[in-house]
Design a binder for this molecule. Structure first.
Ligand SMILES: *Cc1c(COP(=O)(O)O)cnc(C)c1O
Length: 649
């Protein structure tokens, strides 16, 4: 351990100040802390929360939700718009909606509605299921926006909402939806509230940049837009068109695209307005990004702007265009999902072991009569420094090839081959360790680094809990929750407990400071090591899958409360899925499986191979596992000190 390592060094290493938006910090004990309302007076020790949950019998992995963070995000977005509107003396108001696809969990939506109530903050739905949920949950004061492809049933449901006095706006995505909506409206005798989604030419930046432009699957191009207006006018429903919508994709990384889109969208609004279309709302969609890696740059996992810049950019741009065109300033709608929910939840997993690829169980000392190639490898190892990393690696690769050829031809003994393999591994490790000090890191060194890192085996499934890390290489901040006053000396990658070699995380949000690896502490015997995955609130929960039949994880909802010990209480526990749940989801039924097992046990009993009493015990043991959590039990993994003596027959 290097002396004088401080918690501040840890904060720098994991770029905590970059991504945490002051919701997280580190205390003097070296534990991560959370400040749900960003007020420094109230600090909650995250390790304490985890220990408290475990003491209540809740197994890891656990997803923790801080409802106070969620409320804070909702208030912040709305207050930021209010302030920008006041500062610019903007004439319209802000009516935000939360798109529930980003996190549909009922508790999340309820909390958002409650926190958003003073702002008339509404909801957005994009499918039949989501529509049923928002129709029942949203109040009549706030907007309800229906996007996505719609069939007649969805339109009927939406108009049912209008009958109930709700402000539900049906956004037309395709020309054919116009006539369908008109038919349903006539049949139900309802005057609908209509939105039109236009395809912008402005493209977003980042991974979802093809959500707009002529190749996008959503929205009306200009001829279609004019056609829709004409059809509605003919049907006498011109005055029902209330909203113009656009959406340039999620996680827009560059503020310039946001402003360009607002400019183009506002221009379309203004031109329609001048055609005597009484549009009241301009809906700028989602796209407000989250700075996952904390670098404040326009790369995919970051944003080069803050939410305040985003809000000011939109308000100012729309105002400018409206001034030029001489049209009233519309109410502004945005459909921010990611930025509202990402921060409020994090998952805690325990590291249950380390897989070290090149460690050698035998001593391989230098010998006098050693092959030249071994000695050269030894020299290469000795001479590595931050300036010759690539050269050393290429030398080592070449020597290793030479050694393998010699071995095949019979010129090298097994011991020497072992030395070459071991030296090669040590060279790679040494290079990897020096990567953070290198001026430039080539792609092959980064790739090499991934192969020599200690793989920390963690109790979770990437496919269930971090689907975007696997599917699209999304980066999430990951760091230990404790021992942050101690230097993390291991350069690690994380592997999950699925039987899939894709079940791992090798790219980290802190990569720029660490030369690609995740710095972690060596595990200590008998002591748990908790690793947190942060900014997990957006999109991950319902996109996860059941690969290997690992199910939904346990969830704990934490509330801030200055009156309680530790400043919080654990309100609600949503138990994760059991082995039985997962088997049922793929059509195995526990009674049938148990019956099949019982028949086989009975046969063995009949044959005299096992005693009847033992048969009962075996069946009970089988049945009991049905009710277990799908993840592994850390306590049941402890390696015994001694193997017990064989039982007498
Ligand atoms: C997904 C989606 C959103 C949410 O976008 P975020 O980037 O998560 O804020 C908003 N509007 C529409 C139409 C969407 O499809």
């Amino acid at each position: 351990m290097v002396k004088n390592w401080t918690v501040e060094d840890s904060a720098n290493l994991y770029n905590l100040r970059g991504w945490s938006l002051r919701y997280f910090d580190i205390n003097a004990e070296g534990h991560l802390t959370v400040h749900p309302r960003r007020s420094p007076e109230l600090t909650i020790d995250v390790k304490g929360v985890v220990d408290a949950a475990i003491a209540r019998g809740i197994r890891l992995p656990v997803l923790f939700r801080f409802q106070d963070i969620l409320r804070h995000r909702v208030a912040l977005l709305n207050e930021t718009f209010r302030k920008a509107i006041a500062d610019h003396k903007y004439q319209g108001r802000y009516f935000g909606v939360y798109p529930i696809k980003v996190n549909q969990l009922c508790e999340v939506v309820e909390e958002i509605l409650d926190a958003g109530q003073p702002y008339q903050y509404g909801l957005e739905a994009g499918s039949k299921g989501e529509l049923l949920a928002v129709l029942a949950m949203n109040s009549a004061q706030s907007l309800t926006i229906l996007n996505g492809y719609k069939d007649e049933t969805m339109m009927r449901l939406a108009l049912m909402g209008v009958k109930l006095g709700k402000k539900i706006i049906v956004v037309i995505e395709r020309s054919s939806e116009v006539k369908l909506l008109l038919k349903v409206a006539r049949e139900m005798g309802v005057r609908p509230l209509i939105g039109l989604r236009c395809k912008l030419q402005t493209q977003g930046t980042g991974r979802w940049k093809y959500s707009t432009g002529h190749v996008s699957k959503f929205g009306l191009n200009t001829p279609e837009l004019l056609g829709a207006v004409a059809t509605l006018a003919e049907a006498g429903m011109r005055d029902c068109v209330k909203l113009l919508h656009f959406h340039i994709g999620s996680q827009v990384s560059d503020i310039q695209s946001i402003k360009d889109a607002a400019k183009e969208g506002a221009r379309v609004y203004a031109k329609l307005r001048r055609k005597k279309l009484d549009l009241e709302y301009l809906d700028c969609g989602g796209g407000l990004g989250v700075d996952y890696d904390g670098t404040h740059t326009a790369v995919d996992s970051s944003t080069n702007y803050t939410p305040r810049e985003y809000v000011n950019g939109i308000v100012y741009t729309i105002q400018e265009v409206c001034k030029q065109e001489g049209v009233p300033e519309p109410h502004i709608v945005t459909e921010s999902g990611r930025s509202v929910v990402a921060h409020h939840s994090f998952m805690v997993v325990d590291a249950v072991g380390i897989i070290e690829s090149g460690a050698t169980p035998v001593d391989l000392p230098a010998a006098e009569k050693e092959s030249e190639v071994v000695r050269e490898m030894r020299d290469t190892l000795q001479e590595i420094n931050p300036k010759n990393l690539a050269e050393s690696y290429h030398d080592a690769l070449q020597r290793r090839e030479e050694a393998f050829s010699m071995f095949k031809l019979g010129y090298l003994e097994l011991e020497e081959k072992a030395k070459v393999e071991n030296l090669f591994w040590r060279i790679c490790q040494e290079i990897d360790k020096l990567l953070p000090k290198a001026k430039f890191i080539s792609e092959d060194l980064l790739e090499m680094g991934k192969t020599v890192r200690a793989q920390y085996l963690c109790n979770f499934s990437v496919f269930q809990s971090l689907p975007d890390a696997w599917a699209i290489g999304q980066l999430f901040p990951i760091m230990p929750l404790h021992r942050l006053d101690e230097e993390p000396t291991q350069r690690a990658a994380l592997v999950d407990i699925t039987c899939d070699s894709d079940g791992k995380i090798v790219q980290f949000a802190c990569h720029r400071k660490t030369g690609g690896a995740l710095p972690l502490h060596p595990l200590r015997d008998g002591e748990p090591y908790y690793v947190g995955f942060f900014l997990m609130g957006a999109y991950q929960a319902t996109m996860g899958d059941i690969h290997n039949l690992f199910g939904r994880v346990n969830e704990v909802h934490v509330f801030e409360d200055a009156g309680e010990p530790g400043g919080y209480y654990l309100e609600e526990v949503v138990h994760g899925q059991t082995v039985r749940d997962m088997l049922t989801s793929v059509q195995y039924h526990d009674e049938e499986l148990i019956k099949l097992m019982k028949d086989q046990i009975d046969a063995q009993v009949k044959a005299g191979a096992i005693k009847p009493r033992e048969g009962v015990e075996l069946l009970d043991a089988y049945e009991a596992v049905m009710g277990h959590y799908t993840y592994i039990d850390r306590n049941a993994m402890r390696v015994p000190d001694e193997i017990p003596a064989a039982k007498p027959a």
